[in-house]
Structures are given as C-alpha cells and as structure tokens.
Design a protein around this ligand. Structure first.
Ligand code: PLP
Length: 426
C-alpha cells in the first residue's frame, strides 16, 4: 500500500475518478443504514426476554428484608439488587444506591443538585461566578450535553492510551477552585475503548483539588462489557484507591445494566462514600418515595449473581464481536498503510473511534450520508460539538446486522478515501 501522501497529483486525480465511480454505484443502491448510536441490536435484547417471565401473578413479591416490592419503601434499593450491582461495581453494598432506569439521569441529577444545593454543605454552584469541568476528549456527547446545559465551562483534556493527560488534570484541578469535576469513562471508554492504566487511576485517587467539592464523575458504563474471553482489560477500583489516598469522598461512580439487560429499562446505580450517599439521599428523598423495585427483583431473579451477569455478557460478546471484527478487518484491509486515518481496536465497550486527516471528519460523515449511511455527527465526541481538529468519528457497530455493517463500512472507507484525496489535492 502506498500512502496517499506519497502519490503524485496525477495519481491522486486518477484515484479520485475511480473512487467516484465506485461511490456512484453504491449510492445508486439507495441504501439506508444507521451506525450513529451505540444501541444494542434486537438480537442482543432478545437475550434478556426471559426476564419478563421470572415474575408472574403467583410469584412472591417480598424481597430479602421482607419489604413488599409492590409497595413503597427501600429508597436505596432492595438488598439483593444492591448486592448484585455492588458486586458488578466492585464495591460494598453499603456504598451503593440503586436508582431507576438510567445512569445518565443520576449524573444529570448529581450536577443539578450541586448547582442548587451544593456538595456536602459547600456553596451551591449557582451562587458562584464560574464552574468548570474537565472533559477528556474524545468523550461521550451526553456528558458534555449535561455540563453545557448548566452553563458549565468545559476544558478539553487530551486522551492517551493510558487515559486522560494526568499532568493537565493535576495542574488544573489543583490550581483552579472553579474546576469542580471531570467526566471519565474509565473502562472501554466511549468512544475509544481505552481503559485507564493503574497509574492513571492512582493519580486520580491522589489528586489534591483546589475545590473541596471537586468530584470525579467515574462513569463505568462498560465495566463488564468485554469482547474477548482471553483478552480483558482490568481497571483498578477507584473508591478503594481514593480511600487509600485519604480522599474517600472525591468520587461518584456510576453504572447501569442498560447494555446488559434492556436499554432504558435496566437498573442504574451510584457508588460512593457513605458521606456522599447521605448527601445524595437528602435530595433523593424529596424526589421519590422509591424507585422501581419490581424491576430490581426481576433483574436479581434473572441474573442471580455476578457470574450470571458475566455469563450473559459472554452471550452479548458472541453477537457483537463479529461485528467489531468485520469493521476492523475492513478498516485494516482498505485503509491500512494509506496514512489517511487511524483507529484503535478495542477489547470491549460499544465503539470504534476513528481519526481522519485533520479537517476531514465533517466532510466524511456528510459523504457517507449521501450514500445512505447515517453516522454519529462529526464533532459530537467533543464539548459544544466542536472538534478542534475536525478529525474524530465514532463508529457504533452493534445495532446494524452483520450484512448491513459490512456494506456500511464499505461506504465509510470509500468516503474516507474520497475526502482524503480531496484534501491532498487541495
Ligand atoms: N454512559 C456512557 C459512557 C454511555 O455510553 C451511555 C450510553 O451510551 C450511558 C452512560 C447511558 O447509560 P444509561 O442508559 O444508564 O443512562
């Protein structure tokens, strides 16, 4: 493979002609495909249908501590659901509150509560002139959406294969009291599939923030979402590390079963120090008399224990691994050596992150759309939807069928080639 940058103008023009012909042929097929959001496929959701049968009208609806799950009570979750999620989140049940159906909802409420009521007695953020959040990039668009919604200034922190640039994080958190938080997806990150190294986790735990109410928003959404049996990333447990470092209150850890059971109908949980949970509960008890305990019971009866969750995740992996591999193989076969893009082969999670030549991402996504392929909007992985390099594109391989995905990836690589040739031709 000759790198595109080493081709002469004449060769680039010829290449462009042949790529355009290919593109016209694909476009004529009138395809309609969506690779934009990280949603499980119907086949994955089918894996959890048995959950709808674990309870029927003859089932006992009492949980371990005798509470009737059909009635109010158990504000922080039924004991067996707390245990299941605590095991999944690698913490003690005493450090867990089981919420409703969405971890994003907990994150939103956490920021909202800090705005209106402050964090553990500190000044509510709405009374301060400026609030800032550190945002490792590329990252999860909906995190950035929350902080943008509250007018919080977002500071970009570059990611490396070990996690966020910790020199920058340490510097900013320790010198600026307006910095109140950082968004993290520490395992199989969205979108790069990166897992933070032990050193990164320890540096997080040992931060010395200028603001007493600084919190790490540790969104471990993909904690058990491995693609391979024999190659699994390991992440140090942050609550324990923070405790060891004398910073027990510095972290909120979020998780959910959205991509384990049913997306939007799973269980979500927060893990944090007891002091933090007390603070959270003081608002939560004004918001609700309790979350959906019947769904909690259903999840416990279906999964039984952590091994049940792992076994279930192996079935997910069987379905989605070939999809990831199909995309990665096409990227490698079609783009390897051309030096017009780079990507990371993840070992888990939901995404493949692609970096195009600078200034090309928007045009590539638009080109793919011409041929009927909807991708995540370029820029979405950056705060304010603005990628300063216009380079990052998030590929979400889980939802389309394998056949669709193969066609979609063909369109994608063709779009990458065409737009890259255009850039090199100037
Ligand atoms: N956090 C991350 C990093 C995600 O990628 C997603 C979904 O894509 C969520 C949270 C949403 O989780 P939930 O459905 O529990 O709100």
């Amino acid at each position: 493979m000759t790198a595109y940058k080493d081709l002469s103008r004449e060769e680039l023009k010829q290449l462009k002609d042949s790529l355009e012909k290919k593109f016209a042929q694909i476009k004529a097929k009138g395809l309609k495909m969506d690779m934009s959001r990280g949603k499980p496929s119907a086949e994955q959701l089918n894996l959890s249908m048995g959950m709808l049968d674990v309870l029927d009208s003859s089932s006992t609806m009492f949980c371990e501590n005798g509470i009737d799950c059909r009635n109010y009570g158990a504000l922080d979750g039924i004991p067996e659901a707390k245990k299941l999620l605590a095991d999944m989140m690698e913490v003690s049940p005493d450090n867990v509150i089981v919420f409703g159906n969405s971890s994003l909802n907990i994150m939103y409420d956490t920021v909202a509560r800090s705005m209106t009521h402050g964090v553990m007695g500190s000044t509510p953020w709405c009374k301060l002139d400026k609030i800032k959040f550190l945002c490792p990039v590329p990252g999860y668009d909906r995190h950035f959406g929350i902080t943008e919604h509250f007018g919080i200034e977002m500071i970009l922190i570059p990611m490396s294969e070990d996690g966020p640039d910790m020199d920058m994080v340490e510097e900013l958190a320790s010198t600026d009291a307006a910095v109140k938080g950082i968004w993290c997806v520490p395992k199989y990150s969205n979108p790069q599939g990166i897992t933070y190294s032990d050193e990164t986790v320890r540096r997080f735990a040992n931060l010395k923030p200028a603001a007493e109410d600084f919190r790490i928003y540790w969104d471990n959404a993909y904690g058990v979402h491995h693609l391979y049996e024999d190659r699994q990333d390991q992440l140090l447990e942050i609550l324990e590390e923070c405790k060891k470092a004398g910073n027990p209150d510095m972290v909120y850890k979020f998780s959910s079963t959205s991509k384990i059971s049913f997306s939007g109908s799973g269980l979500a949980a927060l893990a944090a120090s007891k002091a933090n949970l007390k603070d959270v509960s003081s608002t939560m008890k004004m918001q609700t008399i309790g979350h959906d305990k019947i769904n909690q019971l259903r999840h416990v009866k279906f999964f039984k224990d952590l091994e049940g969750i792992h076994a279930h995740m192996r079935k997910h992996a069987e379905i989605i691994r070939p999809k990831f591999e199909a995309v990665l193989t096409t990227l490698e076969n079609e783009l390897g050596g051309l030096e017009i893009g780079s990507w990371i082969a993840p070992r888990g999670g939901y995404f493949i992150s692609f970096d195009a030549l600078e200034g090309c991402a928007k045009a590539i996504v638009a080109k793919a759309k011409e041929a009927g392929l909807v991708m995540t909007g370029a820029g979405a992985t950056y705060p304010y939807g603005k990628d300063p390099h216009d380079s990052n594109i998030r590929i979400a391989p889980t939802y389309p069928t394998l056949e669709e995905l193969k066609e979609a990836t063909e369109i994608f690589v063709l779009s990458v080639k065409l737009i890259s040739v255009d850039k090199l031709l100037g």
